[in-house]
Design a protein. Structure first.
Length: 280
C-alpha cells in the first residue's frame, strides 16, 4: 500500500467528506460504511466498495484485521481502490469516533419490489415515512433477527423520501442493511403489489378494537407502520386487511416506531412457531 494520505486537502478526502450531505450521496449514488463490524458484514454479503480507507493505527481485533485483509485482496484484484490514511485524516472522514480504522465508499443498494425474495408464506415489514435514520436502522436489525423476507420503505404523500442510505442507518442497523433486502416504492404501488401476491396488510391504530396478539398473522403478512409524527397515510387505512392496537397502560400515548415494529414482527414469529408446534 502507498504512503498514508496525510493532507486534509487531498482530493479523495474532500470527496469523502462531501458524502456527509444527502444531496451529494444521491448525486453520486454512493454512501459511507464505517466500523469493523459493519465493514466486515458488508464484505461478507458480497458488497464491493468503490473505495476503501484504512488507518492501521486504529484497527483492532480479529474482525478488523480480517476485513482489512479482504480489502487488500480486492485491491490486488483491482476490484476496489484502497487508500491508507493517517489517524488525523481518518478522524476527518469518519462519522463517529469508534470506527476502528475502516471506512468504505459503496454504491447504493437498490432492490426492486419484484426482486424481494419472498418466503412461504411471505413475511414483510413496510415502513411509511420513517424520519429518523436510527429508527430505520433499528427496524432493519429487528427484521434481520425475526427472519423477515425484507423491508419495504414507502414515501408518505407530501413528505420527503426516507434517506435509506444515510450512514447512520448503516450504523444503527449494525450492518443488517446488507442482510435484509430493502425496496423503496410509493405507498399506492406497494399496496397493489401486496394485494397481487395475496399478502395481508396489518396496520396499527389507537382506535382499533383488536389487540395485536389476537390478530391472525400466521399466513402471508406485511406489518405496516407509519412515522411517529404523521402516522400512516389514509391509503393504508383504506387498504388494510386488519387494524390492531398495542395496549398502552401508562401516561404515554405512543411507542417509539422501532419498538412498535419489533412487537409486531416478533408476534408474527411467535404465532408461526406455535402453529408449527401444533402441526408437529
Amino acid at each position: 500500500m502507498s504512503t498514508p494520505i496525510a493532507s486534509l486537502q487531498n482530493a479523495h478526502i474532500k470527496a469523502v467528506v462531501k458524502l456527509s450531505k444527502r444531496r451529494q450521496r444521491d448525486r453520486a449514488r454512493m454512501t459511507v460504511v464505517e466500523g469493523a463490524r459493519e465493514v466486515a458484514r458488508a464484505l461478507a454479503r458480497g458488497v464491493t466498495p468503490a473505495e476503501a480507507y484504512v488507518c492501521d493505527a486504529l484497527i483492532q481485533g480479529a474482525e478488523g484485521q480480517a476485513a482489512r485483509q479482504q480489502l487488500e485482496e480486492l485491491a490486488a484484484a483491482r476490484r476496489a481502490r484502497l487508500y491508507a490514511v493517517t489517524p488525523e485524516v481518518f478522524a476527518k472522514i469518519a462519522y463517529r469516533e469508534d470506527s476502528g480504522g475502516l471506512l468504505l465508499i459503496i454504491p447504493y443498494l437498490e432492490t426492486d419490489l419484484n426482486s424481494l425474495p419472498l418466503g412461504d408464506p411471505p413475511f414483510l415489514a413496510v415502513i411509511e415515512g420513517v424520519e429518523k435514520p436510527g429508527n430505520l436502522g433499528a427496524i432493519l436489525r429487528t427484521a434481520d433477527a425475526a427472519g423477515a423476507d425484507g423491508v419495504i420503505v414507502c414515501r408518505a404523500p407530501g413528505q420527503p423520501a426516507t434517506d435509506v442510505h444515510n450512514p447512520n442507518v448503516v450504523r444503527a442497523s449494525l450492518g443488517a442493511l446488507f442482510s435484509v433486502p430493502v425496496a423503496e416504492a410509493d405507498s399506492a404501488t406497494v399496496i397493489d403489489w401486496l394485494r397481487a401476491r395475496g399478502v395481508r396488510m396489518v396496520i396499527t391504530s389507537p382506535d382499533a378494537s383488536i389487540r395485536y396478539t389476537r390478530a391472525d398473522m400466521r399466513g402471508p403478512v406485511a406489518v405496516v407502520m407509519g412515522s411517529e409524527s404523521h402516522g400512516l397515510s389514509p391509503h393504508w387505512f383504506a387498504a388494510a386487511d386488519e387494524q390492531v392496537v398495542i395496549p398502552m397502560h401508562g401516561m404515554a400515548d405512543s411507542l417509539n416506531l422501532a419498538t412498535s415494529t419489533a412487537l409486531l414482527l416478533y408476534e408474527v414469529v411467535r404465532q408461526r412457531e406455535e402453529n408449527d408446534k401444533m402441526r408437529g
